[in-house]
Design a protein around this ligand. Structure first.
Ligand SMILES: Cc1cc2nc3c(=O)[nH]c(=O)nc-3n(C[C@H](O)[C@H](O)[C@H](O)COP(=O)(O)OP(=O)(O)OC[C@H]3O[C@@H](n4cnc5c(N)ncnc54)[C@H](O)[C@@H]3O)c2cc1C
Length: 361
């Protein structure tokens, strides 16, 4: 398809970050399809939430912040968060007439003609004056590499492929990763699996106190500092700590959540540690990698925004190397509350840019 359409702003991704941005674009007078267009490669509304496993009920998530302009009220905590969020986003898109185009896969963004950006997709190209990139992380699960990994005869999967504990009945499962997903997997699997074995690189740091606004602010400040330096953002848990909720407390008390250090290598039928002159070994049928995600930014590669440190330097939401490009839901705004605020900020900045006014943070 060779069609080339012109708009003022292209938003890539219709998760929390993209929808919040689209809402603010609309509020300041941009018309969908002409002023802005939202492109998303997933089959339906919900951003990455549509893919979360059914046992991740709404009551188990850390708290979804509502999108601007519409409450997410009375959600049943027993329902899968995938369903709750999908329905809410669907209603949101309809109410504010955001006209998300899907499934449209953005393959690359490159320099276009006349100071514009060229967005190349599975459904033709768009020429745009500004870009809001809100592609999240779900599309880039991070798999660490360990010696012997390719020799493992059992099953290896990532959190992104986890569909609930039932299919692991009677199996010996090694769960790798010290974040919220890792602990939730261990707790869920324990009643089904023959054995669970939890390994993390660093001892987990549990947070006793509630994650209030003050704690949120200092976590965001830490991430902000990293991306300002052009370093890639670290894992969520490294700045927030692990919430010590009732389920986790119980898991620790019952001996279900017992953390072991990271193994050194993978064998055909398990994992192994070098321990002095001897090896320790645990047999496993499954290795479940709860090792997090990275920002899905490959389509921006032609713009060469990456710093030698591996990240994209960002001031507020704006890429320092290219003021036409905003990253919403990246680094400090990679949470439902952060994405909301960042959407507003990006739109304010882009308005100034398009009006030819100086852009400041
Ligand atoms: C298991 C898990 C639980 C979480 N729980 C919470 C929580 O309780 N509270 C919280 O605040 N945060 C939580 N988070 C973080 C959460 O993902 C973010 O808060 C937020 O929902 C992310 O929104 P987003 O819009 O940035 O990304 P996403 O929801 O991932 O949306 C990105 C969208 O971009 C689309 N896309 C990606 N690449 C392309 C492309 N090349 N072309 C077209 N479209 C593309 C995708 O299809 C997707 O729809 C959790 C994360 C995980 C993994």
């Amino acid at each position: 398809m060779n069609e080339l359409r012109e708009v003022e702003v292209v938003v890539i991704g219709a998760g929390q970050a993209g929808l919040s941005s689209a809402y603010h674009l609309r509020r300041v007078g941009n018309r969908p399809d002409h002023g802005f267009v939202v492109l998303d490669h997933s089959p339906g509304p919900g951003g990455a939430w549509q893919f979360r496993w059914p046992s991740l009920t709404y009551g188990k998530v850390h708290g979804m912040h509502a999108l601007p302009g519409m409450e997410l009220a009375d959600a049943d905590p027993a329902r899968p968060s995938a369903e709750v969020v999908q329905e809410y986003f669907e209603r949101y898109e309809r109410t504010f007439d955001l006209r998300v185009r899907r499934p449209v896969d953005v393959r690359s963004v490159r320099e276009g003609d006349g100071g514009r950006l060229l967005v190349e997709t599975s459904a033709g190209s768009w020429s745009t004056r500004a870009l809001i990139n809100s592609t999240g992380t779900w599309d880039r699960p991070f798999w660490p590499r360990y010696p012997g990994q390719e020799t493992f005869r059992g099953r290896q999967l990532h959190t992104a492929q986890y569909a609930g504990p039932e299919e692991f009945a009677g199996q010996r499962v090694v769960v790798v990763g010290g974040g919220a997903s890792g602990t939730q997997h261990v707790l869920e699997l324990a009643p089904y699996a023959a054995e669970t074995f939890w390994v993390t690189r660093r001892p987990p740091v549990f947070r006793e106190e509630p994650f209030d606004e003050e704690a949120g602010r200092s976590a965001v400040a830490l991430v902000e500092e990293r991306v300002r330096q052009g370093l890639p953002p670290r894992s969520v848990v490294s700045v927030t700590g692990l919430p010590l909720n009732e389920a986790v407390r119980q898991g620790l008390a019952d001996g279900v959540l017992v953390r072991r250090p990271m193994f050194d290598r993978i064998t055909p039928d398990g994992v192994a540690w070098r321990d002095g002159r001897h090896d320790r070994y645990v047999a496993a049928d499954v290795i479940l990698w709860a090792t997090g995600f990275r920002a899905a930014l490959d389509h921006l590669a032609p713009l060469r925004l990456r710093e030698p440190g591996g990240g994209i330097r960002v001031e507020g939401t704006r890429a320092v190397a290219d003021p036409r490009v905003h990253l919403v839901g990246y680094g400090p705004s990679a949470s439902s509350v952060g994405a909301n605020r960042a959407g507003r900020k990006a739109v304010r900045d882009i308005r100034r840019l398009l009006a030819g006014e100086p852009v400041t943070v």
